[in-house]
Write a new protein. Structure first.
Length: 256
């Protein structure tokens, strides 16, 4: 218990200045400017929502009522401030021009104009009701207007062009079909080849038959049984092929 107590001393009465630990300087990477420059170069301005820098309006320039409506220019006023109205009747001080006479004979002139002039053709109309309602005949659809056109009955250029394209496509398709059929055409087997094929099949059958006859009488093991079944299957297939070739005199071979 005595070891836990602090020994009394006069030096313990002197106030001691708290000792502050010196803080280590903060770590700053040497590559910090290089990293900032790389990020700035690889950053696109329009990858964020909107442009990188936007002009921010001033709080004083807020949107006011009717500020976006078109405004008419101010009305100009005359110097006196009153608008002069033009009179539609002559003034009482105005005097008409007197003494002017014309030597033109209006009666003869009008008669000559009527005689020389071309008579005006009436507009063709159609009346379809007894009340007298009429409408223009040209736009009514009753007159064959399109029959009188210069290009009536002439095949349009786009139709001719389309028909030519369809004809060329059909010719190319026919040529492709002919070429394909020519390449895949079946070849007829000649009589010599047929006889040679038939003789080869018979010789194979004789070899298989001889091997089959050489089997042991007692089939008591699995390999012997499998061998017998294989020989029987080969003989059956060869007999089927021989019968097919002998039955058909004309044989075609398809090209793959």
């Amino acid at each position: 218990m005595a070891t836990l107590l602090v020994e009394e001393s006069i030096y313990n009465l002197i106030p001691q200045v708290p000792h502050k630990l010196a803080k280590a300087p903060r770590y700053i990477s040497k590559l910090n400017p290089y990293v900032k420059r790389t990020i700035q170069q690889s950053k696109s301005q329009w990858k964020t929502m909107g442009p990188a820098k936007v002009h921010v309006p001033s709080p004083k320039d807020f949107l006011q009522k009717h500020s976006k409506e078109p405004k008419l220019p101010k009305r100009k006023k005359d110097q006196a401030g009153k608008k002069t109205v033009k009179l539609s009747v002559p003034h009482r001080t105005d005097h008409p021009v007197m003494g002017i006479q014309s030597q033109k004979n209006f009666i003869n002139t009008n008669a000559a104009d009527v005689i020389i002039g071309v008579a005006k053709k009436p507009v063709p109309v159609c009346v379809d009701r007894y009340q007298g309602d009429k409408f223009l005949l040209e736009t009514s659809g009753l007159v064959p207007r399109y029959l009188k056109k210069k290009d009536y009955g002439v095949t349009p250029e786009y139709v001719i062009r389309r028909n030519e394209e369809a004809k060329r496509a059909q010719e190319a398709y026919d040529a492709y079909v002919k070429k394909t059929l020519r390449e895949k055409a079946m070849k007829r087997l000649s009589d010599e080849e047929r006889e040679g094929l038939l003789d080869g099949l018979k010789k194979n059958w004789e070899q298989v038959h001889q091997a089959f006859q050489s089997l042991s009488v007692e089939i008591d093991t699995l390999p012997k049984k499998l061998n017998k079944e294989r020989l029987e299957l080969q003989m059956k297939q060869l007999e089927h092929d021989i019968n097919t070739i002998e039955k058909h005199k004309v044989i075609y071979i398809a090209n793959k």
